[in-house]
Design a protein around this ligand. Structure first.
Ligand code: GRG
Length: 301
């Protein structure tokens, strides 16, 4: 296993604590309650309900590694969390995964009703794009690139497409590894990928660098999902802050169901090693992204 982030004296614990705190403050300031109050409250309820804040932190880390400032990336970092949060709100709806618990709290529709939960998701999604466009101090062509990539990651080519195939595959026992990979590279991987690439674009990185980082992001994206599938089996509801054992109940094909736990873990390790190795050119400035790859494979929730 490659562990040079530690060897460089970098403390991921300190880094996450510091970045999480600035992201929480920025998120709190990003949406101010206005009329109609109900929908703003519902948006803020889920947006500020906690969570690891991995997506905004990946965006900030990529931007910083490529020489950009935290200020340049903060609006996009918040927008990524708005989009992630809205996807969770919609995923939890009775017509989708039908869940009562998210981030250790009742799901949005349990508190505000299905109609407002749908609209709160719509509000977050729309505002995310506006919020990127309102970024100060970054050339407009970079912002345009970010908006295009975000749209691709979220729409039918990305999250939406992945979710559709996931719903269509439920209850089927003959789901192939290719279909499973399609579901997760779209449903989970696409957003994680744009977290990293948008950070690099905002910093003004050239195409070759963005493409190389895309490979890092794809590897951590797939690892993230393999670990998610493993945790669904091995962790408790309290540890996860959401219902455990959902995949088995919904008769979903997962990486552990296709490969077993041992091969799932070794595949996640292979992807993580590859992700870390792809950052070699960046030396010490890659310590946060390397450590985040290790965090993803070692996470407990
Ligand atoms: C995006 C337009 C649009 C619609 C949504 C419902 C849907 C379409 C897609 C589902 C996407 C989804 C919920 C994917 C699962 C991703 C995943 C593994 C989430 C858990 O992420 P964590 O562990 O959660 O980072 P926290 O709470 O820590 O942020």
């Amino acid at each position: 296993m490659v562990v040079d982030a530690k060897a460089q004296g970098f403390s991921l614990e300190r880094y996450l604590k510091e970045k999480k705190a600035i992201v929480e403050t920025a998120l709190d300031q990003s949406i101010v309650t206005a009329e109609p109050v109900t929908v703003y409250e519902a948006m803020r309820y889920s947006l500020l309900a906690g969570g690891k804040r991995l997506r905004p932190i990946l965006c900030l880390a990529a931007c910083n590694m490529l020489g950009g400032t935290t200020e340049m990336a903060m609006n996009t970092a918040c927008a990524l969390e708005m989009i992630h949060t809205m996807s969770l709100i919609h995923d939890d709806l009775p017509s989708m995964d039908n869940d009562d618990l998210r981030r250790g709290k009742p799901t949005n529709h349990k508190v505000y009703g299905e109609d407002i939960a749908i609209l709160a998701g719509d509000g977050l999604l729309s505002y995310a794009f506006e919020y990127v466009a309102r970024t100060q101090g970054v050339p407009a062509d970079r912002l345009l690139q970010v908006v295009i990539r975000l749209g691709q990651a979220v729409g039918a080519e990305g999250l939406v497409g992945g979710q559709v195939v996931d719903l269509q595959s439920e209850g089927k026992t003959d789901v192939s590894i290719e279909t499973l990979n399609f579901i997760h590279t779209h449903k989970t991987g696409a957003l994680l990928e744009v977290c990293v690439t948008s950070g690099a674009i905002l910093a003004g990185a050239e195409n070759a660098k963005i493409q190389k980082l895309q490979k890092y992001a794809q590897n951590i994206g797939l690892t993230f999902q393999i670990i998610d599938d493993i945790l669904d089996i091995t962790a408790t509801q309290e540890e996860l802050g959401k219902t455990a054992g959902k995949d088995l109940d919904a008769q979903k094909v997962t990486y552990p169901s296709l490969w077993g736990l041992e091969k799932s873990r070794s595949e996640a390790q292979r992807l993580t090693d590859e992700a870390i190795a792809s950052l070699e050119d960046y030396g010490a400035s890659a310590a946060p992204l390397k450590a985040l790859a290790e965090y993803i494979i070692n996470r407990k929730n």
